[in-house]
Design a protein around this ligand. Structure first.
Ligand SMILES: Cc1cc2nc3c(=O)[nH]c(=O)nc-3n(C[C@H](O)[C@H](O)[C@H](O)COP(=O)(O)OP(=O)(O)OC[C@H]3O[C@@H](n4cnc5c(N)ncnc54)[C@H](O)[C@@H]3O)c2cc1C
Length: 460
């Protein structure tokens, strides 16, 4: 399966240090690791791929890469929507896909997880113990815990339960010189030393490679009741979200605009109302009567904002159907052409403004921009669709992409709420952070990776 790459710096010497089958260097095998879900047209060609079987494999790979000054692109499941796991020419793609161990400890309510395990596998392993791992990116069935930690992934339940970093208690990380450090552990409290654990969460593979994660688990939540509201006007739906945010704490609060509804119905008919201007899906998992109270308050907010129909159900299967419709929005829009995926996040009270400006940008640049959103967090996913191979369309899509990043900044928000900066948003990062914070970040990165071998081109 593996053969030396012509001209590579003695890649076969790396193969002898790794567990059997870890090194792939024939182009037919490495081709599958060039792209992530972003499918950037300028993805590079790797020198080789290491499918690490252990932390020792990761250490050997990093040491070899440092010695030969070869860039390393850490990779979980490759579902990055920011180009974070996209190969660069002559790199080693360091995949954790074979490191999938999971151990649940019901006593401390923790899970010790290898980085390649999928998010869904952790949820499945916790469930028989009456435990739950909350972070639920739309990709939870196809993305890895290592990738989730490296991007500080969010998801649908963040509005009540927080993001990945709220659940990371401990990490093993292989540093750019090959040393393995253990940060944190299984205790809920730990304030010994600088909070370095948090530095690695969301570092997008630029500071080290995560080889083990200790996750906090919660007791399984009560079954949720679901509220569904259709609106004629997207702005009314946005105002309903603002009103709800001030009055209740939903377990999820998601939005789809008319174009997203249409895309889902085209992709996989689910009986959504194609005539509506927007759909809100909210849930409450509050215990007992509080659940009904929350649903009543949320329904009132929708009606006051001008909803054309409001519907609530206690039936989990019915609620799941709407949740699945929302989860299908990303893949359904992807099926319409090439997509530039945005991930801006604004203070919730600026949602209506952000929505209006995105609509104006779509008209100005003559591009289709369906919007779906973790609306309760103010986290919007405008998806700029263009026709593959149409250079002029791509240019207009890129102009719209930059304009939407500016909307986030004008609204006092961020260019990325959960997908990361990756390669796609780095040009806008200085405008958000400013020169002093950029320089601080660069100093940290230089200190941890003085040779600049870890994920070059990501962040800056
Ligand atoms: C359909 C769909 C829906 C999505 N929905 C959401 C969502 O709701 N919320 C959300 O936050 N994201 C979402 N995403 C984006 C993506 O799934 C997340 O960013 C996810 O966390 C990436 O995990 P991964 O295993 O695929 O990582 P990869 O794509 O392989 O890598 C992502 C980044 O993490 C780094 N990395 C990976 N593993 C390691 C490691 N062990 N050590 C150090 N660095 C590492 C990579 O270098 C890269 O920078 C979605 C993606 C898709 C395709």
């Amino acid at each position: 399966m593996s053969s030396p790459v012509t001209g590579g710096p003695g890649i076969e010497s790396l193969g002898t240090m790794l567990t059997a089958g870890a090194l792939l260097s024939d182009p037919a095998s490495t081709e599958a690791y060039r792209h992530d879900w972003t499918r950037l047209p300028d993805a590079g060609t790797p020198l080789a791929v290491v499918r690490a079987g252990s932390a020792a494999d990761v250490q050997a790979t990093i040491r070899w890469a440092a010695e030969h000054r070869v860039p390393v692109v850490p990779r979980g499941a490759g579902t990055s929507l920011a180009g974070g796991a996209t190969a660069v020419d002559g790199c080693l793609v360091l995949s954790t896909e074979r490191m999938t161990g999971i151990e649940i400890d019901p006593t401390t309510r923790t899970a010790v997880v290898e980085p390649g395990a999928f998010n869904a596998a952790v949820k499945d392993a916790a469930a028989p113990h009456g435990l739950w791992y909350p972070p639920d990116p739309g990709s939870f069935r196809i993305s890895s815990i290592g990738g989730n930690v490296a991007t500080d992934a969010g998801g649908i339940c963040c509005v009540k339960y927080g993001v990945t970093s709220d659940y990371v208690l401990g990490l093993d990380v292989v540093l750019a010189d090959g040393r393995l450090v253990t940060l944190g552990g299984r205790t809920v409290k730990d304030v010994a030393g600088l909070p370095l654990l948090k530095l690695f969460v969301g570092s997008e593979g630029t500071l080290g490679v995560i080889t083990r994660v200790v996750l906090r688990l919660l007791p399984s939540p009560s079954p949720a009741a679901t509220l569904v509201a259709y609106f004629d006007d997207l702005r009314d739906a946005a105002w309903a979200v603002v009103a709800m945010g001030a009055r209740v704490r939903p377990a999820m609060l998601e939005l789809m605009d008319a174009a997203s509804i249409g895309a889902v119905e085209d992709f996989q008919p689910m009986g959504l109302d194609r005539e509506a201007g927007a759909l809100l899906v909210a849930q409450s998992d509050a215990p007992g009567a509080a659940r009904t109270d929350e649903i009543t308050v949320m329904a009132g907010c929708c009606e006051e904002a001008g909803a054309r129909s409001v519907f609530a159900t206690d039936d989990p299967a019915e609620g799941d159907m709407f949740l699945e419709a929302r989860r299908a929005a990303g893949p359904a829009i992807d099926a319409r052409g090439s997509v530039l995926a945005e991930d801006i996040c604004v203070p919730v009270d600026r949602l209506p403004t952000a929505m209006e400006r995105i609509g104006a940008i779509a008209r100005e640049h003559q591009v289709e921009i369906p919007v779906f959103a973790h609306a309760g967090d103010g986290n919007l996913h405008p998806a700029i669709v263009h026709v593959p191979g149409d250079q002029e369309g791509r240019r207009r899509a890129e102009a719209a992409f930059a304009a939407i990043l500016q909307v986030a900044l004008d609204c006092g928000g961020t260019i990325t709420g959960e997908h990361g900066v990756g390669r796609t948003k780095r040009s806008a990062l200085p405008a958000q952070l400013g020169p002093d914070v950029m320089e601080l970040g660069q100093r940290v990165r230089n200190a941890l990776d003085p040779l600049g071998i870890l994920n070059p081109g990501v962040l800056w």
